[in-house]
Design a protein around this ligand. Structure first.
Ligand code: SGN
Ligand code: CA
Length: 518
């Protein structure tokens, strides 16, 4: 029985144990007393490129400010490391099989229960701006304006009820402009708000904005130890992956060597889709930044590992430039809250749909249950109700976000949500029976050739099953944090292995997962 079931039996709602004393939240509270919720969310932002998570490669002063004045979760994980499924899990508080959105190819059933709908019903004004990626129109929002599909970086199109509009500018700036415009001019100020500001950045094709085109030009980004992984001692599909910086990044499309016809190992040489969207001025700035560096690259005629190293530098600098714009724009939202006196009673969150590989194992992209793509950043601040400067290593998951926001708003968390409110953790009062393990399931058979897999993670161990390969992996994260050697089947880990199998089975039963029937 989980904590919420237990409380139900006692006739106590999760709110009554975790409501916050200085906020008079509850069904009868005056709307103004309930917190605003500002959820800032990005696409593919790995913790290793965030200051508060110990980044040695970049600075993120605004994300760090949220953490310093609130909390950062060190062990927050997604339930399925891919965009649309992570978003659906957040909206519904449910694992992928339970909300019906298992892969990016599925369509979200917008008629189901979601936390924005419940907040709206409870008197919140709800809004969504930016990347959505769930195919059907958003439901449960008083206002929405979204990027179609994956969206674009330069002069992005946005879709809203009854129309489409192209905005001149850079997507991260435009998404923030639209967010601020709604907050300042469009909403009903008699009601608390819940705004989801969702960036495309730093998703592929990592196109930096005009302000950051030459940032990092004079530095060398440190390489991860596993950049030249040989994929030994783990599952047999690793060697068949299609997400290597060296072999699967395209020169023009990914690496900004405009006009290059050099093909990747899959025979592809796509053009960067952003260049044709730019205004002549934007294109001139872009070329002024990239062409001198591209000339030097062509002359150097790099081969083998030197070429991989060059690709890694180009990739990382572009990725980090996109992150810099996200961080700057978070600063604009923090300023807005300060300027309007709303900072104190606004729960502001920064997170991203999953992690990402920044060269670890030689990769970009995500999908695997390995730490880099499994982990999500999560920082939150709510001065009226939380102490500053708190870190937590408790196991949290994206299915907890909805329950947390409902709990903060004084709205009962429905029994059908599988996540738990994180508010007790925010207050440093983690219940003794807080979860000891997490369930993960990746279902897609598609791009980047990652096999379907599922598993369980505890504080120290991770067990993964690849049903199509009929193979298992077991990692001791204390001894092998980079997950370079599976100890599955080793005599030394026999007891742990048995325990982890039992734990996986327990979670499968708790969540009624599909592999129970396979
Ligand atoms: C696109 C990307 C992939 C990426 C998926 C999923 N290719 O298809 O590299 O894995 O999105 O990303 S691209 O050529 O279109 O950039 S997700 O964040 O939407 O899940
Ligand atoms: Ca994503």
């Amino acid at each position: 029985m989980n904590r919420r079931d237990f409380l139900k039996v006692l006739g106590v709602s999760s709110l009554s144990v975790s409501s916050i004393s200085c906020v008079t939240a509850g069904p009868d509270a005056k709307p103004a007393q309930r917190p605003n919720i500002l959820f800032i969310f990005s696409d593919d932002h790995a913790v290793r490129s965030i200051g508060t998570y110990g980044s040695t490669i970049n600075k993120t002063p605004n994300i760090d400010r949220i953490a310093d004045e609130g909390i950062s979760l060190d062990r927050c994980f997604c339930c399925n490391s891919i965009c649309a499924p992570s978003r659906a899990a957040i909206l519904t508080g449910k694992h992928s099989h339970a909300n019906g959105l298992m892969t990016n190819l599925n369509t979200f059933d917008g008629s189901q229960m979601t936390f924005p709908k419940l907040l709206q019903k409870a008197g919140y004004q709800t809004a969504l701006v930016g990347k959505w990626h769930l195919k059907t129109d958003p439901t449960g929002f008083d206002y929405w304006e979204i990027l179609p599909g994956q969206g674009n970086y330069y002069n992005p199109d946005f879709r809203r009820e009854g129309g489409k509009k192209r905005y001149t500018g850079y997507a991260t700036d435009v998404t923030t402009d639209l967010t601020l415009d709604w907050l300042e001019n469009k909403r009903d100020t008699n009601k608390p708000f819940m705004m989801m500001c969702q960036h495309k950045a730093p998703h592929r094709v990592w196109a930096p904005g005009p302000k950051h085109l030459t940032m990092y030009d004079d530095v060398t980004i440190p390489e991860p130890e596993t950049l030249f992984d040989d994929y030994a001692n783990r599952n047999s599909a690793l060697k068949d992956n299609e997400m290597e910086i060296g072999r699967h990044m395209m020169m023009d499309y990914d690496l900004k060597v405009a006009g290059s016809k050099v093909k990747d190992v899959l025979g592809r040489a796509f053009k960067n889709p952003e260049l044709r969207r730019m205004t002549p001025e934007q294109r001139a700035d872009w070329d002024a930044a990239y062409e001198p560096k591209n000339d030097a690259f062509r002359k150097a005629n790099l081969k083998g590992k030197d070429l991989v190293r060059w690709k890694y530098q180009r990739y990382m600098k572009d990725y980090l430039r996109c992150v810099a714009s996200v961080d700057d724009n978070i600063g604009r939202l923090l300023d807005y809250l300060d300027r309007t006196g709303q900072a104190d009673n606004t729960l502001i969150i920064y997170s991203s749909d999953q992690g990402f590989y920044l060269g670890e194992h030689g990769w970009y992209d995500k999908r695997w249950m390995y730490e880099e793509s499994f982990r999500m950043p999560f920082v939150a601040r709510w001065p009226a109700a939380m102490k500053p400067g708190h870190r937590s290593d408790k196991l949290a998951q994206n299915i907890d976000f909805g329950p947390t926001f409902l709990d903060a708003a004084g709205v009962n968390v429905p029994q059908e949500m599988q996540g738990e409110s994180l508010l007790p953790i925010f207050r440093g009062k983690t219940p003794r029976d807080w979860r000891k393990s997490l369930y993960y399931h990746y279902y897609e058979k598609g791009e980047h050739s990652v096999p379907r897999h599922y598993g369980v993670r505890t504080d120290r161990y991770k067990l993964i099953h690849y049903p199509d390969l009929n193979e298992w992996e077991l990692f001791d994260l204390d001894k092998d944090p980079q997950e370079m050697k599976s100890v599955y089947g080793s005599a030394k880990y026999k007891k742990i292995q048995t325990k982890m199998h039992a734990e996986l089975k327990r979670l499968q039963e708790q969540y009624q997962t599909p592999e129970l029937n396979t």
